[in-house]
Design a protein around this ligand. Structure first.
Ligand code: 5GP
Length: 181
């Protein structure tokens, strides 16, 4: 009987990602306050690796916080339904906030996050995403910092998963699904 094969091909190499992450860190550093600590929000789990690398390139005072949202459960299509699975442990009212996301695809997740966090009265709210897939946009979301604009492909690695696997790949790859022998 044929079995399902998954293949990952290199899309963005580790050194290419590292170089761009350092650049984004410098861009953010140049644009935010150097006196008020920046609340940097890691959107779990996909952005955890990007977040860990990015914050080490921020040359400003920071508070690091984590926000969990439900994502694709073993599927490659957005359901549009977003659920908060872990809330911030810090009051962001009156604070400068930067959301760090792995990928903006349809924009539904980011739209929900912006609405949720805006309601808490931050002084400023900005968005940084490593990847942007404009081909599948369903809602417009303001993106202040974008690492790479990518084609309409399903990517894994560097924090991004397929069915909770591949997050630990040091590079970003595209997934191909095929039927093997
Ligand atoms: P959106 O709500 O913008 O459609 O999707 C945002 C979320 O969908 C991301 O945080 C990520 O979890 C997931 N996602 C979207 N595109 C991809 C992709 O190409 N690969 C992976 N692994 N996840 C994706």
């Amino acid at each position: 009987m044929a079995e399902i094969n998954e293949q990952v091909s290199n899309y963005l190499a580790a050194d290419v990602i590292a170089q761009r992450v350092a650049q984004i860190g410098a861009e953010i550093t140049a644009q935010v306050s150097t006196t008020r600590p920046l609340v940097v929000v890691c959107v779990l789990k996909g952005s955890v690796i990007f977040f860990a690398d990015l914050v080490r390139h921020l040359n400003v005072p920071t508070n690091l916080v984590f926000l969990g949202v439900s994502s694709y459960a073993g599927a490659t299509e957005s359901s549009g339904a977003v659920r908060l699975t872990h809330d911030l442990t810090l009051d962001i009212a009156g604070r400068d906030v930067l959301i760090v996301e792995d990928i903006v695809d349809t924009g539904l997740t980011m739209s929900y996050l912006l609405e949720t966090l805006r309601a808490r009265g931050p002084k400023s709210l900005r968005v940084c995403t490593l990847l942007h897939k404009p081909a599948r946009k369903r809602v417009d979301v303001p993106l202040d910092f974008v690492g790479f604009t990518i084609d309409d492909v399903f990517v894994v690695g560097y924090g991004l998963d397929y069915d909770e696997r591949y997050r630990n790949l040091p590079f970003i790859g595209t997934m191909q699904f095929g039927h093997g022998a």
